[in-house]
Write a protein that binds this ligand. Structure first.
Ligand code: GUN
Length: 278
C-alpha cells in the first residue's frame, strides 16, 4: 500500500506546539509581511500566512504598498522594519514588480529577521551547516521525511528543479542529512532515467504533472512541491499523482502535502527569530 505523506496533519501538530510555546512567552511575537502591488496569487498566499499567525498567536502586520513604488521607498520600508524592536520577522512577498531588484531588497532585510531564509547570510550559513533561519519549503520537506520515518542517510535523492527558494536549498539539506544528491533541471538529459534512480524524488519544477510513471522507481518516496490550478479549477502538482500512486512507496498529496508545511516552518522561523531577540 502506498503511504500518503500527510503534510496537513504534521503542520497542524507543529502549529499546536508553536502555539503553546508562543503562549508561554512574555513578549508578543510580530511578523511583518510586505506586499507590493496586487498580484492575486500573492494576496492568497499572504492571507494564508496571516491566518496561520492568528492560529499560533503571532501578531501579523500587512504592509501593502502601491505596485509603482520606487525601489528607494521599498528599501526605506524594510530599513524601518529592521529597526523596529516590536517586529521579529520580515517577509517581502515575491515576486516583486519588474523594475525592482529582488536581490537588493532581500539583502536589505536584517538576517536575524529574515524568516524566509532567503538572505545570502542565511543561505551561506545553511551551506556551512550552521544554525540559521532555513528556507521554509526545504525545511518543511526535511521535517516531513523525518516524521514519516524516511531515512535519508545514504539514499539516492534526486531533486528536479534548481530555484533559489526550493531546488538548491532542499538539495543542500538532503546532502547534510547524508543523502547522495543529484540535482536535475531543464537541461538535464534523460531526465526520466535519472529520476528512476531516486529512492527519494523531490519535484520542484513548476510544470504540471511532468513526473509520471516513467520517472519513478517502485517503492520510491515522492515529494511534490508544485501546485497548479488547472483550467477545470482543480489543483495538481508537478507529479501526475494517479500515474505514479500504485508504483511509489510514499507520496505527498497536492493539496495537503508540502504547502501546509511551508507555512508551519514560517511560523517556526518567526518563533525562532522572536526567541533570538533582535
Ligand atoms: N512567493 C512565493 N513563495 C514565496 C515565499 O516562500 N516567500 C516569499 N517571500 N515570497 C514567495
Amino acid at each position: 500500500m502506498t503511504q500518503l505523506i500527510d503534510g496537513k496533519a504534521l503542520a497542524s501538530s507543529l502549529m499546536a506546539k508553536l502555539k503553546n510555546s508562543v503562549a508561554q512567552q512574555q513578549r508578543q511575537i510580530t511578523l511583518a509581511v510586505v506586499q507590493v502591488g496586487d498580484d492575486p496569487a500573492s494576496t492568497v498566499y499572504i492571507r494564508n500566512k496571516h491566518k496561520a499567525c492568528e492560529k499560533v498567536g503571532i501578531r501579523s502586520l500587512h504592509i501593502h504598498l502601491e505596485g509603482d513604488i520606487t525601489s528607494g521607498s521599498l528599501l526605506d520600508t524594510v530599513h524601518t522594519l529592521n529597526s523596529r524592536e516590536d517586529v521579529d520577522g520580515i517577509l517581502v512577498q515575491l515576486p516583486l514588480p519588474s523594475g525592482i531588484d529582488e536581490g537588493e531588497v532581500i539583502r536589505a532585510i536584517d538576517p536575524a529577521k529574515d524568516v524566509d531564509g532567503f538572505h545570502p547570510i542565511n543561505i551561506g550559513r545553511m551551506m556551512l551547516g550552521e544554525d540559521c533561519l532555513l528556507p521554509c519549503t526545504p525545511a518543511g520537506i526535511i521535517a516531513l521525511l523525518k516524521s514519516n520515518g524516511v531515512d535519508i542517510n545514504g539514499k539516492e535523492c534526486v531533486v528536479v528543479g534548481r530555484s533559489n527558494i526550493v531546488g538548491k536549498p532542499v538539495a543542500q539539506l538532503l546532502l547534510q542529512a547524508h543523502g547522495t544528491v543529484t540535482q536535475c533541471h531543464s537541461r538535464t538529459r534523460n531526465l526520466a532515467e535519472v529520476c528512476r534512480r531516486a529512492d527519494i524524488l523531490v519535484a520542484a519544477v513548476g510544470v504540471p504533472r511532468l513526473i509520471n510513471a516513467d520517472f519513478v522507481k517502485p517503492g520510491a518516496v515522492v515529494i511534490d512541491v508544485g501546485i497548479h490550478r488547472m483550467a477545470d479549477n482543480t489543483l495538481c502538482g508537478d507529479v501526475d499523482f494517479d500515474s505514479v500512486k500504485d508504483i511509489v512507496g510514499a507520496i505527498t498529496p497536492v493539496p495537503g502535502g508540502v504547502g501546509p508545511m511551508t507555512i508551519a516552518m514560517l511560523m517556526q522561523n518567526c518563533v525562532r527569530a522572536g526567541h533570538c531577540g533582535n
